[in-house]
Write a protein that binds this ligand. Sequence first.
Ligand code: N01
Length: 536
Amino acid sequence: MSDRDLSGRKVDAVVVGAGFGGMYMTHLLVQQGLSVQGFERGDDVGGTWYWNRYPGCRCDVESMEYSYKFSDELQQEWEWSERYSPQPEILAYANHVADRFDLRRHFAFQASVISATYDEVDKVWTVDTNTGTQVHARYLIMATGCLSAANIPDFQGLTDFSGQTYHTGAWPKEGVDFTGQRVAVIGTGSSGIQSIPFIAEQAEHLTVFQRTPNFSVPARNKPLDPKLAASIKADYGRFRADAYQQPAAFGAHFPRREDSVLGASPEERDARFEEYWGHGGFMFLSAFGDIGASPETNKFAADFVRKKIREIVKDPKIADILCPDSIIGCKRLVADSGYFETYNRPNVELVDVSSSPIERFTDAGLNANGTEFEFDAVVFATGFDAMTGALLQIEIEGRDGLSLKDKWSAGPRTFLGLASAGFPNLFMMTGPGSPSVLANMVTGIEQHAEYIADAISWADERGVSSLEAELDAENKWVEVVNMRSEATLYPQCNSWYLGANVPGKPRVFMPFIGFPDYVAMADKVAAQGYEGFSKT
Ligand code: N01
């Protein structure tokens, strides 16, 4: 069915997005006997893993954890090939899930939702797409992703550039061949750090423009040991349950140390950091219990990584530029494969644009630090308008003509990161105010999908036709989210968690810190008859 044929259709729920969130949400609602219309701007499923096809793209949560747990057959049968899955394999998995649970038939692809308006009398959302389709639904579920609205800074003269431009988060399906080209990469977050070693291997010359150096630890990716996979699968339930109790819903199988970095001698500290550096990945931050406690305790871990950067990078001046002087773990830590080593290559150049921004683009390239650079292609690894961007690109109008954009003009306000007062029967999956980006995304998605499906079935069983976050509950929730972040070092740097990467975006820490606490609080709300939601 083309999405035009859908016009006027009335369904129980519209689901926006066919990534991991939209797929599982749709599966659950259909199983509950509800009619669902999904919309997806891409031409197939996969969300993040559909769009981010840049060279070197892979997950930095381990494969055995970064997968759905809702179907034991699925998790038993699917076989991952590497410790950290590469993007093509995760996309193949998403396609497998879509086939296995026959999900595509519920979606219209290449259809972007542009507006959604609530009719308070009929208690119905009217949803419009860019293809002219209009459908009506009792429930509207936004599975639009936390990192899906690409951010390309408003560089002066950008349209003058006659070469090719790419954003890591909207990579061409057919791939890009940089052989023989002079390439620029702007940005050194996870996407830049993952792609730079691969682009450097292919391009004739690569210039990296770095505004802020980032902490990165080796991922130590390797083929997944079949014996390890089999042993996890032998008791997958336990493995998942252990992960569920972790602060970020992953990483239960390597020790999270509780002792203080201050109590260790310099030799003990170094040995411990070496052990965790050698293990690879995010667990580095769990080498001691208080790395995130204060700038003083954090500095030990930061110093260790700076020492490693200086050991790896041969040119001390380049090493200096690559060494962050900030708090490790404040911006999202990166797990890399040969990133710092790349700066030893003769065809790679690093340009520090920390003290004066890129001046402008030109026909042939760009000007920075008073120098003219010429390129055949520029890669924007400049990140996303995170957590709120994809939601606010849609004109969402709730009760009394309230626009979500206006309501969130000083920052997002939600109850449980799931709902916002004034917007009945609208649920956000992994929305701001939920653990979302600070937890294993697939686990957060499953928890939200199940929560939303349960809430809808609870309401339907009781003849409740609308569930809406109460303002008071929302205000208290926003306070809790703020208090939890203020007790950490997170507010002390300019991260996208705070919206600091997008000029003019309100500086508000968006995710909820601590997955298990979140689940307990959300479950309590449900157990008390969805206390904090008004029901009519
Ligand atoms: O984006 P980022 P990302 N001039 O925002 C720079 C997830 N992810 O796509 O730090 C010059 O982190 C900006 O500089 P600064 C993961 O959660 C996961 O890399 O703002 N530079 C920064 O260096 C990750 O955190 C995986 O000063 C400019 C970079 O662009 C999130 O996605 C892989 C600039 C943007 O870094 C986002 O990562 C990839 C300007 N005007 C992504 N504007 C895995 O699972 C921005 N920058 C492995």
